[in-house]
Design a protein around this ligand. Structure first.
Ligand code: SF4
Ligand code: SF4
Length: 365
């Protein structure tokens, strides 16, 4: 495995292959000095890409309004203060979404983040929407993948000097698992980039099942539906209509999930190239809900808390996280695949194949 685009400083070799060190702090703490902020303080020097004077993006997902299991503001605050100590200029950031909710445009996203506690006062840094007012602010980055030749990365992320990606490790209906790779290959893109990844999901309506109830019309942000027709020149394939249809009349193409995951994995190279690999990753693996933090509710946890992982390789940190989750689910004869019936390794392997990192890792504490 060659790391094509970036240098990982905390690597070692075993049997001729590079291993990325992934730091793991178990959720089962026994001492107050091992609380989550303190653990992050101990980890940070080993994963920090920050150089004095850097403008540093701290990428988070502040959660939809109604979701209460997203990362907590104190986690972002801890990283902000560490970046300041390292001489960086931090800002906390997220991007707009394709689905209707509190992240569809920048004012709503800032308001929703603040309702969930992510404010300048709580985090000690401003919250900036990285892709502009309506998601149209991005920079095209060549990635030369099998499915995607280029991808557009949100400008405020592409223009930063370095970045810390704080991901909530949890389930995801489209990718099985959502962690660092999902955060790079979707959360760091502008609207055009997100459409490129999602467009393989453009669905059709089965007229025999459709009752013309209009629920899908209501939820579609892009005015693409006149039941039983979907205008594919307007549809971006994000599939919130399929979730909303009680009749299961809205049907994505049969291989949409795998195709979307492959694009997602490839797209994750965009932010890595834009920042020349100067990215550190923290996976906060608590409150493992089946759904992602875009859901406006928090479902029942499918496995107990795992802990905090950190490293400089997004493929390795997600591989380690999935392995730890699967290890905890194994006694029940299950794995994360059983949560949605979606294989998360599809996007992880696509990210590895395009050169974002390695599935081989060494867990250190
Ligand atoms: S939600 Fe389903 S049943 Fe209702 S109009 Fe749309 S496709 Fe038809
Ligand atoms: S038609 Fe469905 S998949 Fe397409 S944009 Fe509208 S809600 Fe999303």
């Amino acid at each position: 495995m060659q790391f094509k685009y970036y240098n990982i400083t905390n690597q070692n070799r075993r049997g001729g292959i590079f291993l990325s060190n992934i730091i793991f702090k178990d959720a089962k703490i026994t001492k107050p000095e091992d609380n989550q902020p303190e653990q992050i303080k101990k980890i940070f020097p080993y994963i920090s890409p920050v150089e004095k004077g850097d403008i540093v993006a701290i990428k988070i997902h502040p959660g939809e309004y109604g979701n209460t299991t997203h990362i907590r503001p104190v986690i972002a605050r801890t990283v902000v203060d560490l970046v300041l100590e390292a001489g960086g200029i931090p800002f906390v950031t997220d991007t707009t979404t394709l689905y209707k909710g509190m992240k569809l445009n920048a004012p709503d996203l800032i308001k929703g983040a603040s309702m969930n506690g992510f404010t300048h006062a709580s985090m000690n840094a401003p919250f900036i929407v990285a892709d502009g007012l309506r998601g149209g602010d991005g920079k095209e980055i060549e990635i030369n993948g099998e499915a995607l030749g280029s991808i557009t990365v949100a400008s405020a992320i592409a223009d930063a000097d370095s970045m810390i990606v704080i991901s909530h490790g949890k389930g995801h209906p489209a990718s099985g698992f959502g962690g660092a790779v999902k955060h790079l290959g979707m959360g760091c893109l502008d609207r055009a980039g997100k459409i490129k990844v999602h467009e393989v999901g453009r669905p059709t309506i089965d007229p025999k099942k459709c009752t013309q109830c209009g629920d899908c019309v209501e939820i579609c942000p892009w005015g693409a539906i006149t039941p039983p027709e979907i205008d594919h020149t307007k549809c971006c394939g994000e599939l919130s209509c399929a979730d909303a249809c009680q009749q299961e009349a809205i049907i994505p193409p049969p291989d949409a999930t795998d195709k979307m995951q492959k694009r997602l994995g490839e797209a994750s190279l965009g932010p890595i190239k834009a920042l020349n690999g100067r990215i550190g990753y923290i996976n906060w693996v608590y409150d493992l809900t089946p759904g992602c933090d875009c859901f406006n509710f928090s479902g029942e946890r499918f496995v107990e808390d795992i802990g905090i992982l950190a490293g400089r390789d997004p493929v390795a940190i997600d591989s380690a996280t999935i392995d730890l989750i699967n290890g905890r689910m194994k006694p029940d004869g299950k794995s994360i695949y059983n949560v949605w019936g979606v294989n998360p390794w599809v996007h992880i392997e696509a990210a590895e194949k395009i050169g974002c990192g390695s599935r081989e890792y060494k867990l250190v504490s």
